[in-house]
Design a protein around this ligand. Structure first.
Ligand code: ADP
Length: 536
């Protein structure tokens, strides 16, 4: 028993109260007394006790009712009932209602030995302690149980979600029209969708866990798989007939090999997806044919007209009077404008359709610039511009498509000529750097408002103001310049000030890129700078 107890005695007999108080205080315990239930209850509410000695018969309430009330709020305090002689039935009921023991009043009569009383109290205290421990344990078990149930519920939910995800993935995988095969780090087959099974004529069960190299698959696909697995980077290839077992039916497939983490060990497997692009390829070929036909059919008659008009102007077919000469001149200018439009439009269509294919070679860019200047000189002359060329004497060699770079310079020069009032100064410079060439075309023309500069290289963009209103153009020239420069891996910049002029700066890398060897395209776009002689 603890040495120091806080004890509440509730008994209507003041004699018993005082007796117990004296006795217990002497033993070193703290004792409070109450002679009725209400006082006892109030004391219990305001203080905490280790032991309550509770009389069964109280003036204002009966002891059992008070016991129930205390127990309903407090499971920790030991309660020992004080019963009258022959109250054994009520005492048992009290124990059933939560009392920890009972002692007969006769056992605590003055002058009697208290051994029996102490024995009962001692047992009651032990009993309550064990009850408290049991209740705590029960609470802990209940809490653990609740936690366990929550964990089980969470696990169940996670399992359901996982299953749902799996089903979803399976559905997706099985519904997509692409052929999909998943392999592990060693290239062993983990999964195939029905499309793959159909294409290979094999069921997943037959090949699961086997190396993919055993399937009738193109060697290039296996090499690319190896590359994707070791580099952990996706690889894309286009191959005709990836399945060597199938007929050579002329199909072309776009194959993506995507390294993915399929296991928690961190080793990547790969998802191989094959998409039949035969139709797209066919469409591309048809577009290319159509494009080449239209290029020829639109340009050729216009060129023929230009040639014959030039011959007429040179009076090869007989003398012209002044009025006729003037008319012929108008025809020549109009047809050149028409040709410019056709060229811009066709070039743009080619870029838009993805037909801009470079034919790069070691090229002397100084020479390309001089050539472009020579061709544009008459136009500059007409507008009384001074056209200055600052190009090094020695060759400036770069790995570029000379014809396309010539087109860039011509477009920039033609803009400089157009957007500079008569008698202007236009300069074209070439600076060589170890890894790049810089071509600059400057003018002292009308300039471009700062807000318009970022838009210049977009489709059909023209600066609209009183200076440009009468100047003809399609708004495609700079877009073509940018696309050609971009295709070379270069860059274009613009500096301009309204009323002072503009500088367009093109930077082109000099070296042949290590990757992507040039694949000549079926369609080559011929630019038309009309020749003097007509062709029919
Ligand atoms: P466009 O056929 O209209 O000349 P571009 O794409 O070549 O089409 O040029 C787009 C617009 O950029 C032009 O309409 C013009 O407003 C402006 N621009 C281009 N070059 C110059 C320049 N050197 N000086 C002033 N404005 C220019």
């Amino acid at each position: 028993m603890r040495e120091h107890l806080r004890v509440l005695v509730i008994d209507d007999s003041l004699t018993i109260c005082r007796y117990l108080e004296r006795l217990l205080t002497r033993m070193g315990h703290d004792v409070s007394i109450a002679s009725d239930g209400t006082t006892g209850m109030r004391l219990h509410e305001t203080e905490s006790f280790d032991l309550i000695l509770l009389d069964l018969m109280l003036p204002d309430t009966d002891g059992i009712a008070l016991l129930k009330e205390i127990r309903s709020r407090d499971q920790d305090t030991c309660i020992v009932m004080i019963t009258g002689h022959g109250d054994i039935k009520t005492a048992i009921e009290a124990v059933q209602q939560g009392a920890d023991g009972y002692v007969e009043k006769s056992q605590i009569s003055i002058g009697k030995g208290l051994d029996e009383f102490w024995h009962i109290v001692h047992r009651a205290l032990e009993f309550r302690e064990s009850q408290v421990r049991r209740i705590q344990l029960e609470q802990e078990i209940r809490q653990k149980n609740r936690e366990l149930e929550a964990t089980v519920r969470e696990l169940q939910q996670a399992r359901n979600e996982l299953q749902e995800e799996r089903n979803k993935l399976r559905e997706i995988l099985f519904s997509i029209s692409e052929i999909v095969i998943a392999v592990d780090q060693e290239g062993r087959i983990l999964l195939m969708n029905p499309q793959a099974e159909k294409e290979l004529g094999i069921s997943l069960e037959e090949v699961i866990g086997q190396p993919i190299s055993q399937l009738p698959i193109h060697k290039q696909l296996l090499t690319s798989l190896q590359q994707a697995l070791s580099s952990k980077e996706p690889v894309r290839i286009e191959i005709p007939n990836p399945f060597t077992g199938s007929n050579q039916d002329g199909r072309v497939f776009s194959v993506t090999l995507n390294p993915v983490r399929l296991h928690s060990d961190g080793l990547p497997g790969a998802i191989i997806s094959l998409h039949d692009i035969s139709q797209e390829k066919e469409l591309e070929r048809m577009k290319a044919d159509f494009y080449s036909m239209i290029t020829h059919d639109l340009r050729s008659p216009a060129m023929a007209i230009t040639g014959f008009v030039d011959l007429l102007i040179q009076e090869t077919a007989g003398p012209l009077n002044e009025a006729q000469k003037e008319m012929m001149d108008i025809i020549r200018r109009s047809i050149r404008k028409l040709l410019d439009l056709i060229n811009d439009f066709l070039d743009y269509s080619a870029i838009d359709a993805g037909f801009l294919r470079l034919q790069p070679a070691e090229t002397d860019v100084s020479q390309v610039i001089r050539e472009a200047v020579r061709e544009i000189q008459p136009l500059a002359h007409q507008r009384q511009h001074t056209l200055e060329v600052q190009v090094p004497d020695e060759p400036a060699i770069a790995w570029v498509d000379g014809e396309r770079v010539g087109q860039v310079v011509t477009n920039l020069l033609s803009n400089a000529i157009k957007y500079t009032p008569q008698g202007g100064r236009i300069t074209v410079r070439l600076r060589t750097q170890p890894d790049s060439l810089v071509i600059e075309v400057s003018d002292n023309g009308i300039g471009i408002p700062a807000g318009q500069i970022p838009l210049l290289f977009s489709k059909y963009t023209r600066v609209a103001n009183e200076h440009t209103r009468c100047i003809q153009g399609t708004g495609l020239g700079l877009l073509i310049v940018k696309e050609i420069v971009k295709a070379h891996g270069g860059d274009v910049e613009v500096e301009s000030e309204v009323g002072r002029g503009s500088t367009f700066r093109v930077t082109l890398p000099r070296k042949q890129p290590a990757l992507a060897p040039y694949q000549p395209q079926e369609v080559a776009i011929q630019d038309v700078i009309p020749a003097a002689a007509p062709s029919m």
